[in-house]
Design a protein. Structure first.
Length: 244
């Protein structure tokens, strides 16, 4: 399965069937398409692309609040989420962060996803499984504040209304030197996050807010795009110490 991209239009290519803006289109012939190929559909020229995390939101749609690619990339980088890691994520939403984690950890890694909303779990699994194998993704319908497990994780990511209330329960499931990432949109939330992290002897590395400004490039008329992605959320990044 591949993606189709033409400007702001995004679709899916499954064999010789294209799905664009809710329409199913059968392509002529038995041609096998590869990433980088061009296809003309309905007067528009589409480029065939791999199903990479950058385009996940465009294809699946957004029916819950979701972490944008800008923040996802920084989370993966900051928590050193890479091949073979064991990761815990709470608040799976539509599965966009889950998809990026699974792509990063590979088949030798393991992702545990916890969400209090069973419908989120169903939708996330449906979305992600369209693009990759999810055998190493364990989805659990539970409240992270009450979650019990003997597993120890390389990193824990909490995207929920009150992540500070889950720290005391989950701290023993993080390996020493492992990361905890808290994602919250409001100042009062991020203040509570940092206060609670310090209370439990985590070493807080930083709290960041990321801003993205696209550039419109045209000959003799290059300028910043008026649509700037300003505030999305605050990201708290901390490490578990041996004092815990």
């Amino acid at each position: 399965m591949f993606l189709l991209k033409s400007g702001e239009y995004t679709g899916i290519l499954d064999g010789s069937i294209a799905y664009i803006r809710g329409e199913k289109i059968t392509l002529p012939g038995n041609y096998v398409y590869d990433p980088g190929d061009s296809i003309k559909i309905g007067g528009k020229e589409y480029v065939v692309l791999n199903c990479d995390p950058l385009f996940y939101n465009e294809v699946t749609g957004r029916y819950t609040q979701t972490i944008l690619p800008l923040d996802i990339s920084y989370i993966l980088y900051s928590a050193s989420i890479n091949y073979g890691k064991n990761i815990l994520e709470s608040g799976v939403g539509i599965g966009n962060l889950s998809y990026s984690i699974l792509k990063s950890i590979g088949k030798s890694g393991k992702l545990t996803g916890i969400d209090i909303n069973e419908k989120n779990i169903e939708n996330a699994k449906k979305n992600v499984s369209r693009f990759i194998d999810v055998d190493n993704w364990n989805l659990i319908n539970d409240d992270i504040k009450n979650y019990r497990s003997n597993d120890v994780y390389d990193a824990v990511i909490l995207d929920m209304p009150d992540p500070w209330n889950a720290i005391s329960n989950i701290k023993n499931n993080i390996k020493p030197g492992g990361y905890i990432i808290l994602y919250s949109p409001n100042y009062n939330q991020t203040e509570k996050n940092v206060t609670e992290l310090k209370k439990h002897k985590f070493f807080v590395i930083e709290t960041v807010e990321l801003v993205k400004r696209n550039i419109i490039v045209r000959e003799n008329a290059t300028r910043p795009d008026n649509n700037i992605i300003g505030h999305t959320a605050f990201i708290n990044i901390a490490v578990k110490t041996t004092k815990i």
